[in-house]
Design a protein around this ligand. Structure first.
Ligand code: ADP
Length: 509
């Protein structure tokens, strides 16, 4: 049985139906949790219902994943797994428009961004198909030892059952970043999408069946963080937990996983700085600064949400930024020309508005935005918002807002800029803009971050490592680093000499 057909071919999506849990290759009713509504954040209308998994569903899904792992997937060749990954990539591209429409209805992002996401989703499955094949070539690779009586070879074996818990900002792309490398490695999966955006992860279940992925290799449990996510992390038969989301939830997950010594990888929040030096081109700087904070409504873990501008260029840059930010077209992601959609949910909207209101109340200078657009009474819309001269001890400067809200301040010289940039508990990304290549290289080296962009912000390539330092997480996703998250390395060491070892039993005795 497939998940119900939705009306995704209409200009927008109004009814996607009632969605079940994908366990062991079939769609199953939730045992205890019932269903929860799926809301379009642009219209505030309910566009479907998803099953709320609870502990008994989690147990069923983990057992299915374990059976699939032991039943052959865990021992299959990378080349055979690559066939499924490529087929999934092809199916995703066949359904590109439809999946993008579901993403817009569920998350609110503008359609061109969603289409771009789906290209990346397919690209991610294709890249990990290549890496799955390459993995076969790495099996039993010899390791040079200082003692030629011994020989060591290395095996790269899948971790087992992986629990993958993902957020709502890039619903299908975040699923792909975790599902594709795990499949490539030979792990089996229980995926839990965010309760705010379950629709495209559900379709991943249908896609798995379309390509004949063995039953139980991928299971998709929709549901809430509490009952579904927490019982998945706590399940004794889960070997690895991969999480993308907020720092407090990541911390809870890590503590729970520690009880059973489960491996964790965490991709958490950020408050990434963007440093613009006096010699930068103002138009270019304004373009990238806006892309760094308004793209995806600022709901991006790597959003460059702290702007540091060298004092000489600041007046001009602020003036142009205010002008351009006010021109950004806000609206339903299905409308042509929309560049800023709604925030994902009422609760996210309330959180972001509370952060803006706090800034106002504390007298932080508002350069532009800060309000609901006058023409949009329905939907969780907020204008692109920029505060300037933000004190370094203010929450707007220190805490992740996860919305289209930029906090800016000026700096005098390079040393001050780097010190201000690094004065954060986060360390996911950072950007620097200057015509001086030497300075860019120096600053890139000095910045405490897992990702540094020079003369740009946010471009993300599937081949490059993604992840942060400090409270921004543990480990790296994407590229071959993403594959290693789902592999354990095993050394197989043999004694190759004909001579007796001779420790206890001496020769000649
Ligand atoms: P947000 O508050 O913005 O939704 P979270 O980090 O809480 O961000 O959520 C990211 C993902 O983590 C979602 O899929 C959510 O359901 C899940 N989640 C939330 N709390 C827990 C928890 N205690 N254990 C496991 N997963 C959780």
């Amino acid at each position: 049985m497939a998940s119900p057909k939705s009306d995704v071919h209409s200009s927008s999506v109004t009814n996607t139906g009632r969605h079940l849990l994908f366990i062991d290759g079939v769609w199953a009713e939730p045992m205890e949790g019932g269903f929860f509504p799926i809301v379009n954040p642009a219209t505030e209308q309910v566009i479907g219902e998803a099953a709320a998994a609870t502990a008994p569903d989690v147990d069923k899904a983990v057992k299915a994943a374990r059976r699939a792992f032991a039943g052959g997937w865990g021992k299959s060749s990378g080349a055979s797994r690559a066939v499924y990954l490529r087929a999934m990539a092809a199916r995703i591209m066949e359904r590109k428009e439809e999946l993008a429409r579901l993403e817009v209805a569920d998350n609110g992002k503008p359609l061109p961004e969603a289409l771009w996401d789906i290209d990346d989703v397919a690209g991610c499955f294709s890249m990990y198909a290549d890496l799955a094949e390459a993995l076969d070539q790495r099996q039993n690779e010899p390791l040079a030892l200082p003692d030629d009586r011994f020989k060591t070879v290395l095996r790269h074996e899948p971790v087992g059952v992986a629990a993958q818990i993902i957020p709502w900002n890039y619903p299908l792309l975040m699923a792909a970043w975790k599902v594709a490398p795990a499949l490539a490695a030979g792990a089996t999966i229980v995926l839990k999408p965010s309760e705010l955006t379950p629709l495209t992860a559900i379709e991943l279940g249908n896609i798995a069946n379309d390509v004949g992925l063995p039953k139980g290799v991928l299971n998709v449990l929709t549901g809430f963080g509490g009952p579904a996510g927490a019982s998945l992390v706590a399940h004794p038969d889960v070997d690895k937990v991969a999480f993308t989301g907020s720092v407090p939830t990541g911390s809870k997950i890590m503590m729970k996983a520690a009880e059973d010594i489960k491996t964790v990888s965490l991709e958490l929040g950020g408050k990434s700085p963007f440093l613009v030096f006096d010699d930068a081109d103002v138009e270019n700087a304004v373009e990238w600064v806006m892309f760094g904070i308004f793209w995806n409504q600022g709901q991006v873990c790597s959003a460059t949400s702290r702007l540091l501008v060298q004092d000489k260029i600041a007046p001009k840059l602020y003036a142009r930024l205010a002008e351009e930010a006010a021109k950004i077209k806000i609206g339903d992601g299905f409308e042509d020309g929309t560049l800023l959609g709604p925030l994902v949910s009422k609760s996210q909207y309330d959180k972001v508005v509370a952060a803006v209101d706090r800034g106002r109340k504390d007298g932080v200078k508002l350069l532009t935005g800060g309000n609901r657009p006058a023409n949009l009474n329905t939907g969780y819309f907020l204008e692109p918002t920029v505060f300037v001269d933000v004190p370094t001890d203010h929450p707007l400067w220190r805490e992740e807002v996860f919305g289209p809200v930029l906090a800016a301040r000026t700096f005098h010289d390079e040393a001050e800029a780097v010190a201000l940039a690094n004065d954060s508990t986060f360390g996911l990304a950072a950007a620097v803009m200057s015509k001086d290549k030497g300075r860019c290289a120096r600053v890139a080296e000095a910045l405490e971050a897992g990702i540094v962009w020079i003369n740009c912000s946010q471009p993300t390539f599937l081949q490059a490592p993604w992840g942060g330092v400090k409270k921004s997480g543990i480990g790296r996703e994407l590229g071959h680093w993403g594959l290693e998250n789902y592999l354990e390395v095993k050394q197989v060491t043999s004694y190759e000499s004909d001579d007796a070892w001779g420790w206890y039993i001496k020769s000649g005795n």
